[in-house]
Design a protein around this ligand. Structure first.
Ligand code: PLP
Length: 389
């Protein structure tokens, strides 16, 4: 179904979903699935979350979209709420993570221009990183697999260093560096949390050379790791943070937040037809309110810890490592992760793989323990078979 009409650039599975409720999806045949994927860390409040559905329906009646030459009431109020909650001074709204990162790259280059002219243009990113699929953001992405010859030439002015490599910090930054850009937990790369000490040292080295720090929080942001922003846990106070995925609970939206030295974007520097339209802002406002409710973020941390300790307690030979932060969880296995993913899907549990050999679980942030236990029981059963094989 759909295989002849929708470009098959995702290697899609043979499942067609029809609806969802909470953390459970239903396909066209009525089969139910525990959703440990949440649209890859997007459906942070699960499916059919009533306050979100109500707000989006209400907003659709008022105004879905207006031209960005004008402000919308909800656009202004949401921007104020987001800046107050995150401590940033300004925001550019787009529609996706790649677009938010494009804005961050442009911002960094403009910062460089203002603070060193055409010399200060380079964006330093990390090996194993992922920043999106546009030409600039795949160039920024520190994984060769995303740089096939078919899309060349890639852009100038990007270089990568290895996360955790202290020696590299001595030579990575100079007066040609505009920004250091990093994910706090490398998601696509295999769910690798950055080492806090190294991240602080990297940020310090970048700033000492006159550059700014960008955190790509497209996946880690909006409560995914147990704090509103994951960069809060690293303590690096980035000048720029990019957000997308969960920001509007499934309505497409991205954001590039800036402050301090990063506050260089001016009218006309960057634009987007759909960016931050009233529908997306209304949805995003519901998400922000839910995440900031008492105990919500704490419960994300607790559920993440519960999942990680449960998987560790299985003591399965094929499980090499269990890591992550909050509800961004990586289970590194010795078997074929795609095979495990497929078998679990057959058994009614949905998640994705990341990196070379990692099962990535990013369930809705409001998932219940009942669904967690049901989903984990299936993963355990499938991994037990993998361990025997
Ligand atoms: N940055 C990170 C850290 C991501 O995980 C992703 C998507 O997986 C992106 C950027 C790109 O986001 P989008 O697919 O919304 O363009």
């Amino acid at each position: 179904m759909g295989s002849k009409t929708i470009l098959n650039n995702y290697g899609s599975f043979d499942v067609v979903f029809k609806k969802g409720k909470g953390s459970v999806l239903t396909d066209v045949n009525g089969k139910k699935y525990i959703d440990f994927l949440a649209g890859i860390a997007v459906n942070c409040l699960g499916h059919d979350f009533k306050p979100l559905v109500k707000a989006v329906s209400d907003q659709a009646r008022k105004q879905i979209h207006i031209c960005n030459y004008f402000l919308s009431d909800i656009g202004v109020s949401y921007a104020e709420e987001l800046l107050a909650a995150t401590g940033f001074e300004g925001v550019f709204f787009g529609n996706s993570g790649a677009e938010a990162n494009e804005a961050a790259v442009k911002l960094a280059r403009k910062f460089g221009q203002l603070n060193g002219g055409s010399r200060r243009k380079t964006i330093v990113t990390l090996e194993r990183s992922f920043h999106g699929r546009t030409i600039a953001t795949i160039t920024a992405t520190g994984q060769d697999v995303f740089h096939p010859e078919s899309f060349a030439p890639y852009l100038e002015g990007f270089k990568t260093i290895c996360p955790g490599d202290y020696k590299a910090l001595g030579t990575a930054f100079d007066d040609t560096t505009a920004a250091l850009m990093m994910e706090c937990v490398q998601g696509e790369g295999g769910v690798f949390p950055l080492d806090k000490e190294w991240a602080c040292a990297a940020a310090e080295a970048a700033r000492k050379a006159g550059a700014i720090v960008i955190c790509d929080e497209v996946q880690t942001g909006m409560g995914r790791t147990g704090t509103l922003l994951a960069s809060e846990q690293l303590g690096i106070h980035p000048e720029v943070v990019t957000l997308a995925k969960a920001i509007a609970g499934g309505v497409p939206m991205g954001a590039c937040l800036y402050r301090g030295k990063g506050n260089v974007l001016a009218a006309g520097d960057h634009q987007s037809t759909f960016g931050g339209n009233p529908l997306a802002c209304r949805a995003a406002s519901v998400v922000l309110h839910e995440i900031l409710k008492d105990g919500f973020l704490q419960s994300v941390s607790e559920k993440g810890e519960y999942i990680r300790s449960t998987v560790k307690s299985w003591n399965l030979p094929c499980v090499e490592d269990v890591r992550g932060a909050g509800l961004m969880i990586g289970i590194q296995i010795s078997g074929n992760p795609v095979e495990v993913e497929k078998l679990c899907l057959e058994e009614g549990v949905l998640f994705s793989t990341a990196g070379k050999n990692v099962l990535r679980l990013v369930p809705p942030l409001n998932i219940g323990y009942k669904e967690i236990d049901q989903g984990l029981a299936v993963i355990k059963k499938v991994l037990e078979k993998t361990s025997v094989n």
